[in-house]
Design a protein around this ligand. Structure first.
Ligand SMILES: Cc1ncc(COP(=O)(O)O)c(C=O)c1O
Length: 466
């Protein structure tokens, strides 16, 4: 076939041929402002989206995220087959509701809940924290009202090492945040840091197991003991909430003897992200209460909807069931032994990667091998370099597409810049070795060419990711 040289003719011919062989969007810009008047073929829509996503990073090279980037084909099948099942329709899908309850009971046991408990499936740890902290506020108000005391100035105590969601909660729900600054060389908090901040208006203390910044844990046992003492000596009954967004599925397997959960009496609620080390794709998180009475009854809504009375405790209403089912799949598929094996594998690879990074001779590791830590490597350049961690992060992305974030720590450790690589199941021995070599290469390049131009630096990812 000969193609005419006249421009209009050519466009017309290509348009016709696109219907047969091609994709309309090879010839047109993607709709980006208004819903197009006329739709398009299903294949065109699919290819349009697939082509756009090529510009995103590759999730398996995203070593910034704690969130799961790979699941087994069988789990993927459960997910795709259940995308049409609205989780909130408990009356219509009672077995899905039962499976949610099984997950709650299993996770509560994992966290050593002493008896019958309750909890909620959430969109992630953020929703779980909002709900858990709301319950702290409601329970505090109940106690204050019963004692005839002022209820207008609630505060919540947590360290600078928490995720931003804790400050968000305080702003959205009108609670004074009492943020304990980190120290220049200590990036978690303990009882001595907490004590000066607690008073009769404290609705609770939040402690983190597996911080976003370095993967370490606050001294939960020490903070628990402090709160027990304040209760016994000063009559201040301040509950402790543990943010186990990442650590909740790591500590029980790697550090089973370490007490951070309901074995400690002031720990009244715990959140964990199923979509982090629960090994499920995003959006699933869990909020677990120690006992039923730790959930403020006023926060539960009883409604008669679609023919059945239902109790809900959630910020959302309609949402998918797929990730709840996928969580249950993982719990029964892996069992305790499977999760333990996976966590130990990730830890072994993280340790091997840490050693290789230390061997480059340009970096020091944050923390020690003996620390309880998430499977990740947090590291910083030693003194005396012509380039910094932001330069290394950018060079690494430019040379091989690795996404390894560089960021500064919260006050008063904000003079410290670190890099952090998550070591998940998708980063096996050989990829971990390649990554270490690539980091060494990036340093070598930077040594020869100097740090980045200001324009390149502006593109560097400068927050710890999630
Ligand atoms: C310690 C901690 N808490 C809370 C969150 C928020 O979790 P999600 O992304 O599941 O809402 C994160 C996310 O990284 C986190 O690391």
């Amino acid at each position: 076939m000969t193609i005419a040289h006249n421009g209009d003719d050519l466009a017309e011919k290509l348009e016709i041929l696109a219907g047969q062989y091609g994709n309309r969007f090879l010839l047109e810009a993607a709709p980006d402002n208004e819903i197009p008047e006329h739709g398009m073929a299903a294949t065109d829509a699919m290819r349009l989206i697939d082509e756009e996503l090529v510009l995103d990073g590759i999730p398996m090279r995203n070593l910034a995220t704690f969130v799961t980037t790979w699941m087994e084909p069988e789990a993927q099948r459960i997910i795709t087959e259940n995308l049409h099942r609205n989780f909130i329709d408990h009356a219509e899908y009672p077995q899905t509701a039962e499976i949610e309850q099984r997950c709650i009971r299993m996770i509560a046991r994992l966290f050593h809940a002493p008896g019958e408990t309750t909890g909620a499936r959430c969109q992630g740890s953020s929703e779980a924290i909002m709900l858990g902290a709301l319950s702290l506020k409601w329970k505090w108000r109940e106690r204050r009202e019963a004692a005839g005391k002022d209820t207008t100035r609630p505060n919540l105590v947590f360290g600078g090492d928490v995720h931003v969601v804790w400050e968000k909660f305080c702003r959205y729900f009108d609670v004074e945040p009492r943020i304990i600054p980190l120290q220049p060389d200590k990036y978690t908090i303990g009882p001595e840091d907490v004590e000066p901040f607690v008073d009769e208006n404290t609705i609770g203390v939040a402690a983190v197991v597996g911080t976003t910044f370095t993967g370490h844990a606050d001294d939960v046992r020490g903070i628990n003991d402090l709160l027990v003492r304040l209760r016994d000596e000063r009559g201040l009954d301040v509950p402790l909430h543990v943010d186990g967004a990442s650590g909740g599925f790591v500590w029980p397997f790697l550090y089973p003897d370490s007490e951070w959960d309901f074995r400690l009496e002031q720990v009244r609620s715990i959140n964990v992200s199923g979509h982090k080390f629960g090994l499920v794709y995003p959006g699933i998180g869990w909020l677990i209460f120690r006992e039923r009475s730790d959930l403020a009854e006023d926060l539960v809504f009883y409604e008669n909807y679609l023919g059945k009375t239902d109790a809900t405790f959630t910020l959302n209403f309609s949402t998918g069931s797929a990730m709840v089912l996928a969580q249950y799949y993982n719990l029964v598929r892996f069992g305790m032994a499977g999760y333990r094996y996976i966590m130990e594998t990730m830890q072994a690879n993280a340790r091997a990667l840490a050693q290789k990074i230390a061997d480059i001779g340009e970096f020091e590791l944050i923390g020690h091998q003996s620390d309880e830590q998430l499977p990740l490597v947090a590291f910083q350049l030693t003194d005396g370099h012509e380039y910094d961690e932001f330069d290394v992060a950018s060079q690494l992305a430019a040379e091989r597409g690795w996404m390894v974030p560089a960021y500064t720590l919260p006050p008063n450790a904000d003079h410290v810049t670190i890099m952090r690589a998550l070591v998940k199941l998708t980063l096996g021995q050989s990829l971990a070795s390649t990554l270490a070599n690539d980091i060494a290469e990036a340093c070598e390049t930077l040594k020869q060419k100097g740090g980045l131009h200001e324009r390149d630096r502006r593109r560097v990812k400068t927050n710890p990711g999630i």
